[in-house]
Structures are given as C-alpha cells and as structure tokens.
Design a protein around this ligand. Structure first.
Ligand code: NAD
Length: 281
C-alpha cells in the first residue's frame, strides 16, 4: 500500500509554525509586511494573489496590495518597486507572474532587492542557492523538500530524477536535491529514452506541465513520486502531470493533485516572509 503525502496537512503545520514565529516577533516589536503587486486582471493570477493575502492574514503579517491596470508601463512598475525597496517597513516584494507582454519580466525580477525577493527568483538568490549560501529559495521546490522531510522520506544517496528544467521549478529543485545529497538527473523535452531515465529514480519529481503524461511505465516499483504539475481538466477537476490512479499502486509514496505540492508553495512563501527578518539583518 502506498503512502499519500498530505500537502494540505504539512502546509498547515508550516503556516502554524510561521504564525507562532510572527507572534514572537510581534512581542519584540517586530512587524512583517509583504507587498504584493499584480499587473492586469488575469483571473488565475487574481486567485493566487488572493490566496497569498489570505495566508498573510492567517499567519498575522501585513499585506500591501497593488492592483495595477494592464496598461501600466514598465517604468511605472519599476518606480513602485524602487519605492518598496527603499521602504524599511516592507520585508518582502512579490510581483505576480506573468506580467503583461510589454513588460520585461527579467528586468522586473532583477529590480527587486535580493533582500526582499521572497519568491527567490533574483539571480543573486539563485546564485546563493547554487553555491550553498543563505538566501531565499524558490517556494515550490523548497516546498517539495519539506514534503519529503516531513514525510520521513530520506533523500541522501537516493537516485533522483527531476523532469523539467524551468527556472522556477526544475532547476532549483535539482539543486536542492543535490544539496540534500541525492544523485540527481535532470530530464527535459530533449531527453532521449525518458521512460528508461525515469525508471532509475528512487525519487521522481515531475514538473513538465503536461496533464497526466507520466504513467506507470515511467516509474520504478517502490519509487516516491512527487507531482508538481497542476491543470484544470474539463469539468473543472484538477489533475497533475502524473496519471495518479495508474502510477500510485507502483509507488511507496506519492503526492495527490490537488492537496500535494500545490498548498506548499504559499506555505513556503509565508516562511520566506518570516525568514526575511533574519535575512535582512
Ligand atoms: P515550464 O513549462 O516552464 O517547464 C516545463 C519543463 O518540462 C521544461 O523544462 C521542458 O523541458 C520539460 N518538458 C516539456 N515537455 C516535456 C516532455 N515531453 N518530456 C520531458 N520534459 C518535458 O513549466 P514550470 O513552470 O516548470 O511548471 C511545471 C508544472 O508545474 C506546470 O504544470 C505548472 O502548472 C506546475 N507548477 C505548479 C506549482 C505549484 O505551486 N504546485 C508552481 C509552479 C508550477
């Protein structure tokens, strides 16, 4: 029988730990504030932004909300970021991605002070991650590590295959697994014999962005499977990159969608906001 890794429960544990830390900081007179900027009104982004604001409320930190019109220029957005960078009362700055096409996403990410980059996307934080220095770590991959650790799944010495090499999931995920002493393979769209590569994995982390692509044929008997993907199927049901019912019977542990990696992203964002007090020192 396989173990279902419960991201909902683990994310609640993490948020409760954050809430306790926030309360302790408040007693010392330290307040935490996250600025959330959304440009345009993409419905999916609005849902994410609202969930982030709710999480801030839950753990007891202030959220400053900037809901900017689609026509906002790059200069206007950069000016707001500059102002927030200079504001000592602001701990974290988050620009909800994607931004409209007329705005250069990389330029925006680089404009956020690395000390306030709670998404962990700034090149300085990515570099720090690569060489094992302190900094903010991208929330989704950091959440996967917490899921594994808090489910008592050991990582050291394990064969890990990460499918996907995006800057926000696949690459930082691979580096984090390396930091935990796994032997890591990164697979991607040009990988030959993907099934054979995946079958080597004791821990298979899937971040492809293709609904239910990974079937039992890709999975070694007894492997741990982490599904980062999230898609809305017809009829509004959510699914991941893994065909859950086909794969689960072959696993020792697996994350469901929904209720696996998804809730961890916001929990780790909250953790980054609380960690900002120390990081900014
Ligand atoms: P992306 O599209 O930027 O990257 C996908 C990666 O998969 C690419 O590196 C590509 O090389 C690889 N790939 C594509 N097709 C492939 C194939 N046929 N075989 C092997 N590799 C292939 O996506 P992303 O931003 O990394 O996100 C991946 C998935 O994770 C998406 O479903 C996304 O919605 C989801 N996601 C979830 C969360 C969360 O909070 N749970 C956060 C971020 C992303």
């Amino acid at each position: 029988m396989y173990q279902i890794i419960d991201g909902k429960e683990i994310s609640t544990q993490i948020k409760n730990e954050c809430r306790d830390r926030v309360a302790a900081y408040k007693e010392q007179g330290v307040d935490i504030c996250l600025a959330v900027i959304q440009v345009g009104n993409d419905p999916a982004s609005s849902v994410y932004v609202n969930n982030k604001k709710k999480a801030c409320e839950y753990i007891g930190i202030q959220s400053l909300s900037y809901e900017l019109p689609e026509e906002t220029t790059e200069e206007e957005l950069l000016a707001i970021i500059d102002k927030l960078n200079a504001d000592d009362a602001v701990n974290g700055i988050l620009v909800q991605l994607p931004v409209p096409k007329h705005i250069d996403e990389d330029k925006i990410i680089r404009a956020i002070s690395p000390l306030k980059d709670v998404d962990g996307f700034h090149t300085q934080n990515v570099g720090a991650l690569c060489i094992g220095q302190k900094g903010y770590v991208s929330c989704t991959p950091a959440g996967v590590i917490e899921l594994l650790k808090r489910s008592n799944i050991s990582i050291e010495g394990k064969e890990c295959v990460v499918i996907g090499r995006s800057n926000i999931v696949g690459k930082p995920m691979s580096i984090l697994m390396l930091r935990e002493n796994a032997t890591v393979t990164i697979a991607h769209s040009r990988t030959k014999d993907l099934k054979e590569v995946c079958k080597r994995a004791d821990i298979l982390i899937v971040a492809i962005g293709k609904p239910e692509m990974i079937t039992a044929e890709y999975v070694k008997e007894g492997a741990v499977v982490i599904d980062v993907g999230i898609h809305r199927k017809e009829g509004k049901k959510l699914c991941g990159d893994v065909l859950f019912d086909d794969v689960a019977p072959h696993c020792s542990a697996i994350t469901p969608v929904p209720g696996g990696v998804g809730p961890m992203t916001i929990a780790m964002l909250m953790k980054n906001c609380v960690d900002s007090v120390e990081i900014r020192k």
